[in-house]
Design a protein around this ligand. Structure first.
Ligand code: IMP
Length: 431
């Protein structure tokens, strides 16, 4: 039994896609369990870039099966586009490689429309969502009005649910947001077309398939989306996404009990980024931040927005380790820190004149903290061609050692570039 959960330990964009792609070479099955097309998982193989929003990052390995489980809000148009692009690139030649749960929440054009209208109306209070309709789709699920992926294959039920849903949504769109309504008939017809195209990928019960795989000793990776600090309950609320991004969500979103999980790998960059609004204690709103953004290519894979950048925050990382039960870490983008004379790492916060080592869970407190830094020596060498930990400059190894010991968690993997070959293993994933 080897269920391994991969979670973002920061504000998303940590490099989960790359890690899952690399780990997938050794996995039988990769499962996406929460979030939706707000995620942008970038894979670079032999210099060719693939950006995935919904399809699990194991898809480039022909022998690795991929599943989209119940916890995902499935943007139907987006998943179709992604499947077509993959097929065009010669990937996903066999539909058996990808299975989509009947229990997924269908995300439709009106969810995106409400998301955008709500943000536009919010003014200064806006969350800075990706505009992908994530909040409105999860609202439908929670209020038990969602159209599920499985509903697409029952014409009568689909029409009845769509009519009921649009009745309410159109009232909100026209009266409250002053937008054009969404017509039932064209959307219904489009959904039937999409159902036909997606039918080969349909699975009535992905939970059962995943369970069987785990019980028969298969290696299963659970691929998280977004990051710990964007968790709906334990992130920087209200500046969060609408799903639970924590490791526990892998169990809930895929219908697998926690006792079948073996490891939880937390992914963190060697610095920090955040997209959208909300507190970010180590943000560098200056030339240094611009430099990290430039050298790290820190622009959103989904929206293209420039990411806010800052130093690594070990208070937030320790929090992520605690709330996820992280058993080991992958430290990403270490190469981006090359050329800095000094590298700061936040080890504590100062709040109301007191030094604290635990993250304040209240967002307004978190927005008032001042970071306390430990300054470490930098290095000038380009790390992108380094292929083993031993070949890293001493200062880079010292940084790795410092982080691991401060957060009392082993770092098993270090990444020095987007390519698969730029992955340095300290300890193999599957023993
Ligand atoms: P939503 O998930 O589109 O509703 O956006 C809510 C917040 O989460 C915004 O601050 C987004 O920028 C952020 N967010 C959502 N998905 C991602 C992601 O994959 N990476 C980084 N930030 C994200």
């Amino acid at each position: 039994m080897a269920g391994i959960i991969v979670v973002g330990a920061q504000w998303g964009d940590e490099g989960k896609g790359k890690v899952v792609d690399v780990f997938s070479a050794h996995a039988d099955l990769v499962v996406r369990y929460q979030g939706g097309a707000n995620a942008g998982h970038t894979l670079v193989v032999n210099g060719v870039k693939t950006v995935l929003h919904l399809v699990p990052s194991g898809i480039l390995h022909a022998k690795t099966m991929c599943m989209i489980a119940a916890g995902v809000v499935l943007d139907l148009e987006e998943v179709i586009k992604e499947i077509r692009d993959l097929k065009e690139a010669g990937v996903l030649t066999n539909p058996e490689q990808l299975k989509i749960s009947d229990q997924c929440t269908a995300l439709l054009s009106y969810h995106r429309k409400i998301d955008a209208a709500r943000e536009a109306k919010a003014g200064l209070e806006k969350i800075g969502t990706t505009g992908r309709g994530i909040g409105p789709a999860y609202e439908d699920r929670a209020s038990r009005k969602a159209i599920l992926f499985g509903d697409l294959f029952d014409r009568e039920r689909l029409r009845a649910k769509l009519e009921a849903s649009l009745d309410e949504k159109n009232f909100m769109l026209t009266h409250y947001y002053k937008q054009e309504p969404v017509e039932v008939e064209p959307l219904y017809q489009r959904m039937l077309e999409m159902a036909a195209e997606l039918e080969p990928y349909r699975s009535r019960d992905t939970s059962l398939l995943i369970h069987r795989a785990l019980k028969s000793g298969k290696k299963v990776l659970f691929e998280g989306a977004q990051g710990t600090m964007l968790d709906l309950l334990h992130g920087t609320y209200p500046f969060v996404t609408s799903s639970s991004t924590l490791s526990g969500s892998a169990c809930v979103g895929s219908g697998i009990g926690p006792s079948l999980m073996q490891k939880i790998v937390g992914i963190t960059k060697a610095y920090t980024t955040r997209v959208g609004s909300g507190p970010f204690p180590t943000e560098l709103d200056n030339e240094l931040g611009d430099r990290l953004r430039r050298e790290g290519g820190e622009f959103g894979a989904t929206t293209g927005r420039p990411r806010r950048c800052g130093w690594l925050d070990l208070v937030a990382l320790k929090y992520a380790i605690r709330v996820n039960g992280i058993t080991s870490l992958a430290l990403m983008k270490l190469d981006v820190l090359s050329g800095h004379e000094r590298i700061d790492v936040c080890t504590a916060y100062r709040l109301d004149g007191q030094e604290i080592k635990e993250l304040p869970v209240n967002s307004s407190d978190l927005s008032r903290v001042e970071p306390v830094y430990k300054s470490l020596a930098g290095w000038s060498d380009d790390l992108r061609n380094v292929r083993s930990i031993q070949d890293l400059p001493q200062a880079a190894r010292d940084l790795i050692q410092f982080v691991a010991s401060e957060v009392a968690t082993p770092i098993d993997v270090v990444s020095v570039g987007p390519g698969r070959e730029q992955t340095l293993w300290i300890k193999p994933l599957f023993s």
